[in-house]
Design a protein around this ligand. Structure first.
Ligand SMILES: Nc1nc2c(ncn2[C@@H]2O[C@H](COP(=O)(O)OP(=O)(O)OP(=O)(O)O)[C@@H](O)[C@H]2O)c(=O)[nH]1
Length: 310
């Protein structure tokens, strides 16, 4: 988003200048660039078509740099270095190398025509050295970012999503349900008598139960559903594009799986589940409250059951 914003801000005044001096060829190129920058900015802002935006940005950068060399001459070749750097941070190594090769293929005839063999070789040796080191550093930064992302969004004990990830997913599901006009459901799960289980078997066994619950639930979830730990022994599952009946079916399947399997891996335990289908116009907090209420209703009416908020 930042990159497309910068591109827009820098190129827009140049576009007006080209119009002013009636340089139609470069004016058309600049209009294309700022139009594309605006499109990419909009996609990134709405968090839609992110992969497309990144690939398109790479194409713009590589073609833009190549065009600069083709129109401006061989002395503009230095633009290919920042362009390569940008591509390695925007996309995967393989795709970035493809864009770099595309850029090189486009400028080679111009460079060959106006540079000595030694200058030509120097430029490409420097380019491949630069891309190699950029690749190494970009991969390291990407891997650190992935680790940070996991730390920020994953529950350390159960490896399910954490509360922060849940809050984000809840907002995204709300937005998508409104835009796509699809039903969504929320399941809240709470372990029954967990304090007693901890008291009787110890905290580490309690931890094993929490992990078991997540693993068991994951065996019956659809590919698109995710489990989040939203409190000590409270979990939630967001189901996009699912009716209340779908959610009731899944919740009952999870309850039965836990009831049947828990004693094989951990002390026998059961869970209570509450479900709420998203009501048009409500916010995430109200939706979660209704699912929570249904879960407490399941507790009040005897535990080890599923209750839907209707
Ligand atoms: N082992 C373990 N226990 C935890 C963790 N987080 C919260 N707890 C325990 O979870 C228990 C929750 O107890 P309560 O809220 O009283 O609920 P409960 O005993 O399950 O009772 P009901 O909800 O009525 O079935 C507390 O004893 C917490 O110490 C954790 O990460 N590990």
């Amino acid at each position: 988003m930042g990159l497309s914003g910068l591109l827009f801000v820098f190129v827009a005044p140049l576009t007006l200048y080209r119009l002013f001096i009636l340089d139609w060829q470069v004016f058309a190129l600049d209009v294309y660039l700022i139009g594309s920058a605006a499109l990419i900015f909009t996609c990134a802002y709405r968090q839609q078509y992110i992969v497309f935006s990144k690939l398109y940005m790479c194409l713009l950068v590589s073609l833009g740099s190549a065009m600069t060399v083709l129109l401006g001459g061989a002395h503009q070749v230095y633009w290919i270095y920042p362009a390569s750097l940008t591509m390695f941070f925007l996309t995967s190594t393989r795709v970035a190398y493809l864009y770099v090769l595309l850029m090189c293929a486009l400028i080679i005839p111009t460079l060959q025509a106006s540079l000595t063999t030694l200058e030509f070789i120097n430029i490409f040796v420097a380019l491949f050295g630069t891309t190699f080191f950029i690749n190494v550093f970009a991969n390291e930064i990407k891997s650190e970012n992935r680790n940070l992302d996991l730390l920020a969004t994953q529950d350390f004990l159960t490896k399910s999503g954490n509360r922060r990830a849940f809050d984000h997913a809840l907002e995204m599901t709300l937005k998508e349900s409104v835009i796509l006009n699809t039903p969504s459901c929320l399941i809240v799960i709470d372990i029954d008598n967990f304090k007693l289980l901890n008291d009787n078997h110890g905290h580490s066994v309690g931890d094993a139960v929490l992990k078991h619950l997540v693993k068991s639930a994951q065996t019956v979830l659809r590919k698109t559903d995710t489990v989040y730990r939203i409190g000590g022994e409270e979990f939630a599952i967001l189901m996009e594009d699912a009716s209340l009946d779908d959610a009731r079916g899944l919740a009952e399947k999870i309850r039965q799986t836990i009831e049947a399997d828990s004693a094989k891996a951990t002390p026998y335990y059961t869970i209570s589940l509450g479900i709420a289908a998203l009501v048009s116009g409500e916010n995430g907090c109200d939706w979660l409250n209704r699912a929570d209420k249904a879960m407490y209703e399941a507790k009040r009416s005897g535990k080890n059951r599923v209750v839907a908020n209707t």
